[in-house]
Design a protein around this ligand. Sequence first.
Ligand code: SAH
Length: 379
Amino acid sequence: MSDKSHPHPPPPTASDAIQTLLYNQIAQTGPLPISQFIEIVLGHPDYGYYRRQNPIGAAGDFTTAAEISGLFGEMCGVYLAHMYEIAGQPDNAQIVELGPGRGSLMADMRHIWVHTMPAMTNLPIQLVETSPQLRMLQKQRIKAAAIAWHDDVHSLPDTALFGVANEFFDALPIDQAIWRQTAWRHRLVTVTHGALGFVDGTALSPSELARWQMTNDHQDLTEGSIAEYCPAAEPIMRQMAGRIARHGGACLIIDYGKNDNLTDSLQAVAAHKPVDLFYQPGNADISHWVDFAALRRAAIDAGARFVGPVTQADFLMAIGLRERAENAARWCDADGRQALFAAVDRLVGAHHMGTAFKVGLIVPAGDGVPVGFSREDIL
Ligand code: SAH
C-alpha cells in the first residue's frame, strides 16, 4: 500500500533459489498454507526478502510514514511522552518498537524526548526485529547505549511498556480461506504446469472457523469470496497487551487496515509498484491489510484495553500535526515549507495515507478517552 525503485535489483539468483525451495517443498509435502509461503519468501534466513536487503525508502520497494517525514516520529514521540507522564513516569519502564525498519521512527521519537521528556531517553530500548541488515541500520541510526534486539516479543522484559508498531503487523504472514458454495476452504499455494498458483484445500474445521470468527451459515456470500487470518498477530498482541495490563504503559499500532477480515488484501509490491504475488518470490514485499478487530480481541483477552482504530488523519490532526508543521515551517525557506506541507499531505491526505492507515492504542484496562481519540472510538 505504501508508496513502494530498484536502482540496484538484487541478483535474480536469490529468487531462483526461493522458487526451487518452494517447488521442492510442495513436491514433498503438498500444497502450502499461504502463511508458510510468505514465511519462506519474506523470512528465509538466506534468501528471504527482509533478510538480504534494505527494502524501505525511496531506493527500496516501499516508503513508510516514518521515512516520509520526521514529523511522523515526532508526533508519535510526543504522544508516548504524554502517556508516560500520565502513567507517573515509571523509571523501570521499557521502550519497545516492533519492526523498526531503518530506525527512523525511534530516532525521531528520541529527538523529541531529549527536549520534552528526557527521562524517556534513559529507558532501555527493546527492538523486535528479525532482519540482521535492518538491525545494523537501526544501530547506526538510533545511537543509544541501551538497545537490545529481540527475535520476537516473548523475550521482552516483563515491565511497563511504551511502544509503537508502524507497518509491522501488515508484514506478518496471513492465511486465506475461499468460499465454495457451502463452506469456507483453505486457500493453498501449489505448483501447476510449472508455475506457482492457488488451489483449494480442505474445509476449515469448527475450531478454525471460530478462530477466524467465521461461520458456514452465510447465505449471501459470492462464490470465491476470500477471508483472511493472521496466525502470528494474536500471540504478539497478547504478549504486548499482557505487559501493559500488568504493569502499565501504552502502545500505538499504526497500519493500513480495517475492522474485519472478509477481504482479499494480500498484495506484493516491488519498486513502488504492485506485482503479482508469485512474481519473483523474494524480490517483492508481501503484505496485507491488518484486521484491527482481531488485534482488539487479543488485547482484551490479555486483560488490556484497545482504543480505536481511528484514521491516521484524524489521529495526527487531533494530536496537533498541523500546528507542529506550521511551527516548523517558520524556520524553513520557501522550498522547505513546500516540502514540509507536501509531507503532511502524504501523511493525512485521503488520497495518500490519511484514511487507509489506522491508529489503535493498547492501554491498561479502564475508562476515559485517551488524547487523539473520541468517545465514539471506544467500543
Ligand atoms: N516501522 C518501520 C518499518 C516497517 S517495515 C517504518 O515505519 O519505517 C516492517 C518491519 O518489520 C521491518 O523492520 C521488518 O524487518 C520487520 N519484520 C517483519 N516481520 C517481522 C517479524 N516476524 N518479526 C520481527 N520483525 C519483523
